[in-house]
Design a protein around this ligand. Structure first.
Ligand code: SF4
Ligand code: SF4
Length: 445
């Protein structure tokens, strides 16, 4: 049985605001090439939202691909495994893109890529899957880095009946999730059916933006070939709007449910998983190999040969740039896409678990901001109805009372306001600064 067009779901709701971006998906046809192991990998001990890890290895220890090298007793954490075989050379400190300094384990590769003894988990319950997600060191691979086992845990007992698989990939350039749809569909669907077997998911929706018709077709064909009797897995074609893939909006567009401020998808009966995360979970359950490498898109006008690569986690970015070729006059390197990506200040910084792209750009550095012309575009395009122009004005006046009533903490730093501003005011940075002032003020009280 093949899907007919009517069986592709339409969004229940559409997000207000947002923007229509050029997609620049130059690497869509690039099947990922494995990057050769670098001489050394640098493994920061905090590649997730939550507590930093502590090393479980010491300098001079021998490790293999998949050896546990760091863990934490805090539930809000994800263990870390070596991505190469070799020797622990150093335990040092590195600066993360957020500015935070964290411990890092530096491993010298022996070039043999010898794998650790696989530890294939036995799955007989939802709890076993949650445990497997943690043991695999899995985090949200779409960029967020939220530990996967924490996402899944409420669904073990609670009344959570909807699993949303996020394949929106709405940022320009990035095609790593697209390649998961096209190349790793067996792991995606085996993972989905495994979750369906042990959790209470009645509705399973794979959400893809309309600009990926081949992925929609592929997923529909596989879904229809592998239908269960209650026809549970559906593919939804989302309108192409940025930032559609943000968790809060995805829940709204796929189910019509609004997540209240400060709450999670589980509070409205949903779990949202990135499509590459579900494939990685199934791969771990199938092979026992934890998360040690990532598919990343390498693109931008500073890259000679844009492409998708499979990269050992911890690989220095310079190795990635040298493999793809790059312009010596780069002005900006980003972890992630042009809208929400974080600037990399040092080209020896490592590729992290949650990275899905490295973007290298040569940009005009002479763009100057001009005064606000009160056009209102930033207000109209903000998907969470904030007022960036007012925040900018209050910040300039140092009016902290006004800042406190502008709902600044709802900002998801999507960059839509800065993108549409004709005065080139760096509004995303304005929102970040305002947030940190509010945080500081609330700590002082
Ligand atoms: S960065 Fe924040 S304020 Fe600007 S559009 Fe996005 S959510 Fe709204
Ligand atoms: S988009 Fe820019 S110029 Fe227009 S109101 Fe907002 S801050 Fe002012």
């Amino acid at each position: 049985m093949k899907y007919i067009a009517e069986e592709i779901l339409k969004p229940v709701k559409n997000i207000a605001g947002g923007i229509n971006l050029p997609h620049f998906k130059n690497t869509a046809d690039s099947v990922a090439t494995p990057l050769p192991d670098p001489k050394t990998v640098v493994m920061p001990l905090k590649q997730h939202i939550g507590a930093a890890l502590e090393p479980t290895v010491a300098v001079t220890d021998k490790v293999f691909v998949g050896t546990l090298i760091a863990d934490s007793e805090s539930p809000m954490s994800a263990p870390l495994h070596s991505s190469v075989s070799g020797t622990v050379k150093e335990i040092t400190e590195v600066k993360m893109p957020s500015g935070e300094k964290v411990k890092a384990i530096v491993i010298e590769s022996d070039g043999s890529a010898t794998q650790a003894e696989p530890n294939i988990p036995t799955i007989n319950s939802a709890e076993d899957i949650v445990k497997a997600a943690r043991n695999a060191g899995l985090v949200g691979l779409g960029g967020a880095g939220f530990p996967t086992h924490i996402k899944l845990a409420p669904a073990v007992n609670d009344n959570i009946d909807t699993l949303i698989i996020n394949a929106a990939e709405c940022e320009p350039y990035i095609t790593s999730d697209y390649r998961t749809c096209m190349d790793d569909y067996d792991d995606v669907f085996d993972g989905i059916y495994l979750l369906k077997k042990y959790f209470n998911f009645k509705n399973i929706i794979i959400a893809v933006e309309a600009d990926k018709p081949l992925a929609i077709r592929k997923l529909c064909d596989i879904a229809s070939d592998r239908q269960d009797t209650i026809n549970a897995v559906k593919v939804m074609k989302l309108k192409k709007t940025y930032p559609q893939g943000a968790e809060k909006f995805l829940v709204y567009t796929t189910t019509g449910k609004m997540i209240p401020p400060g709450k999670l998808p589980s509070d409205v009966g949903c779990v949202v998983m990135n499509i590459t995360s579900i494939a990685a979970l199934n791969r771990y359950i199938r092979t026992g190999m934890p998360l040690v490498s990532k598919r990343i898109t390498v693109d931008g006008n500073g890259i000679t040969n844009p492409q998708n690569l499979i990269v050992p986690i911890g690989t220095p970015i310079i190795n990635v740039l040298e493999f793809c070729g790059y312009n010596e006059n780069l002005t900006k390197i980003l972890y992630g896409g042009p809208m929400m990506g974080l600037a990399v200040s040092d080209i020896t910084s490592p590729v992290l678990k949650q990275n899905n792209a490295i973007l290298a750009l040569c940009e005009n550095q002479n763009v100057k901001s001009t005064p606000c012309i009160k056009c209102g575009r930033c207000l109209r395009h903000c998907p969470v109805n904030l007022t960036p122009a007012f925040v900018n004005a209050a910040l300039k006046r140092q009016d902290n009372e006004k800042l406190a009533v502008l709902n600044i903490n709802q900002c998801i730093e999507c960059g839509s306001c800065a993108y549409v501003c004709p005065a080139s005011i760096p509004l995303t940075q304005v929102m970040r600064t305002a947030k940190s002032i509010l945080r500081r003020n609330s700590n002082v009280k």
